[in-house]
Design a protein around this ligand. Structure first.
Ligand code: SF4
Length: 147
């Protein structure tokens, strides 16, 4: 079984701050699954490092420096969906709380660390197309037995 996964969870330094967020539980999935790493923000053409961005109440994605990066986020989401289809993934493990990858809650757009219900642009597009989206927090709470 192939599973799409946020590349930063495997240790790829693709985050906005130029770092990774390696998650041992995510890496451990390699023992049983074929993982397809993706970084939607890089696939959308954004550089690394890059200013952090958050989804605003009106749905636009705005960086901390005030740039509207919605188009890049949407492009990254479409590219990720394309890869998902190409590789036959029907499930994804994505990084919690990210404006691209978060599923169930995201930051509220004020850059103050407040989480609100919602999903990242990529996570939402994948869900809209029938992909089962989990986060690394689901791995942690289930001991890795999510599939
Ligand atoms: Fe990780 Fe997703 Fe952010 Fe890329 S877009 S750094 S994969 S959380």
């Amino acid at each position: 079984m192939r599973v799409l996964i946020s590349a930063c969870l495997l240790g790829v330094a693709c985050r906005y701050d130029g770092k990774s967020r390696a998650c041992p539980e995510a890496v451990r999935l390699l023992e049983n699954y074929e993982l397809i790493p993706v970084c939607p923000e890089q696939l959308g053409g954004l550089p690394t490092p890059r200013p952090p961005a958050e989804i605003q109440k009106n749905g636009r994605v705005i960086s901390r420096t005030g740039e509207d990066v919605t188009a890049a986020y949407r492009k990254g989401a479409e590219e990720t969906l394309g890869l998902c289809r190409l590789t036959g993934c029907r499930a994804a493990v994505l990084k919690a709380n990210s404006p691209s990858c978060g599923c169930g809650q995201v930051y509220d757009g004020s850059f103050s660390g407040v989480l609100v219900p919602g999903s990242g642009i990529t996570a939402q597009l994948l869900k809209d197309h029938g992909v089962r989206v989990l986060t690394e927090e689901d791995l942690l709470s289930s001991g890795g037995a999510v599939f």
